[in-house]
Write a protein that binds this ligand. Structure first.
Ligand code: FAD
Length: 388
């Protein structure tokens, strides 16, 4: 059985490594040619670390920063909660790392595992044949000096779409739904005068949440500021000093005084889901299967769980391909529905400034902080995904 993966990003590469370890025949097509330069910060749960360990991709060179405590509060209201690694019964609640560092380790592991990755290959069509699927892609020809792209076709028994959603529109059987939150996220790296001591912060405000994730440097955080798109565009062009002052006013001093900021960039926030992660002989995983609002840091973790679940279903070689793919779709529905619902609930419950919601929000945060079992349940939810 030949499996062809489109996209060797973090989820596609993890899937391929796990699939190869399970004895499956897997190869990949990837548009990117050189090393990844993506400066995006990824927040990983403890469960995701376990998945990367299984794939052989957890290494010192990831420079992963452990999260020991998550401090949550709301602007202009009472109530705060602090979840610690002791609540989760794990060495760390999560890990913060850079996309490019993770991708570098995964790329090395793909080479070590002898997995064929055709790079510079951009997929343009996916056709279901009833027996499998055919993928059309273009790549610079043998004579690269001419800059002439050549079109190729590859047939496979199963095609795994792990392309972040770039080709979703090319598979008519997969219906895509989108919900625009009317918010954008401003990302950046910020330095403070106070050591973070592995604490992450999330602050709910009337405009939307803001978060700080501890980074490799003792006083360095990755920042996310969520607000209306027009406001984010204004914040993006402020000079560094004015930006730090504005963020200080918004976030308060719980993480110290903000001294400098770099790499500010923004993106619009949408929820995107698919009608089913399986259509014929095509399976969808990672950001292609669901793109979530970053409020709960669930998106990437969910994608890694897709990868794990698909390998588990495909490795059952005593079943036919249709049954294996149906099992994958069925095995993901509960986790995906709950993670989407949980994230969507947090966005709507914590992104407005009405007193009517501010008070219950405060009560909720205070209750989580006072009741050990509630703290443990929340910690578990963030660490390992939806309860089964
Ligand atoms: C702008 C943005 C900012 C984000 N910020 C954060 C954040 O701060 N923190 C966080 O935890 N998560 C963040 N996320 C989510 C996180 O990036 C994803 O969960 C994660 O990247 C999912 O990995 P993936 O492998 O599924 O998809 P991707 O990372 O999108 O990888 C897809 C891969 O497919 C390849 N590809 C695409 N099209 C084709 C094609 N036609 N042919 C061949 N190959 C193709 C790409 O080159 C890439 O390597 C962000 C997402 C976006 C879009």
């Amino acid at each position: 059985m030949k499996i062809l993966v489109i996209g060797a990003g973090p989820v596609g590469a993890t899937f391929a490594l796990l699939a190869a370890k399970s004895g499956l025949n897997v190869s990949m097509l990837e548009a990117r040619e050189g090393p990844s330069r993506e400066s995006r910060t990824l927040a990983l749960s403890h469960g995701s670390r376990e998945v990367l360990e299984r794939a052989g991709a957890w290494s010192q060179t990831l420079h992963a920063t452990e999260i020991h405590t998550i401090h949550t509060s709301q602007k202009g209201g009472f109530g705060r909660t602090e979840i610690s690694r002791e609540d989760g019964g794990v060495p760390a609640l999560g890990y913060v790392l850079t996309y490019a560092d993770l991708q570098t380790v995964l790329d090395e592991q793909l080479v070590n595992a002898n997995i064929l990755v055709e790079r510079g290959a951009t997929v343009s069509a996916i056709t279901e044949t009833g027996e499998g699927a055919i993928v059309t892609y273009s790549r610079l020809g043998a004579d690269q000096n001419t800059n002439h792209e050549t079109e190729y076709r590859a047939a496979a028994d199963i095609v795994v779409m792990a392309d972040g959603g770039a080709n979703l529109g090319k598979v008519p059987a997969i219906v895509v739904s989108e919900k625009d939150y009317g918010q954008s996220a401003l990302l950046g790296h910020i330095n403070t005068d106070t050591e973070h001591q592995n604490r992450a912060f999330e602050r709910f405000t009337g405009d939307g949440p803001a978060a700080l994730l501890p980074k490799h440097g003792a006083r360095e955080f990755s920042m996310v500021w969520i607000a209306k798109p027009a406001h984010i565009e204004q914040l993006k062009v402020l000079d560094d000093a004015c930006f730090c002052a504005a963020f200080q006013e918004h976030f308060g001093y719980r993480a110290g005084k903000f001294l400098s900021v770099t790499q500010r960039r923004s993106y619009p926030l949408k929820l995107r889901t698919v009608s089913s992660p399986v259509a014929g002989h095509i399976a969808v995983i990672g950001n292609a299967a669901q793109a979530l609002h970053p409020v709960a840091g669930q998106g990437f973790n969910l994608g890694l769980r897709d990868a794990m679940a698909l390998v588990k279903s495909l490795a059952k070689t005593n079943e036919n391909v249709t049954t294996r793919l149906a099992n994958y779709a069925q095995s993901r529905s509960r986790d995906v529905d709950r993670s989407v619902g949980f994230t969507d609930f947090l966005v709507s419950a914590f992104s407005n400034d009405h007193a009517a919601t501010r008070i219950p929000r405060g009560v909720g945060l205070a209750a989580v902080d006072m009741l050990p079992f509630a703290r443990k349940a929340l910690a578990k939810r963030m660490l390992f995904g939806a309860p089964r």
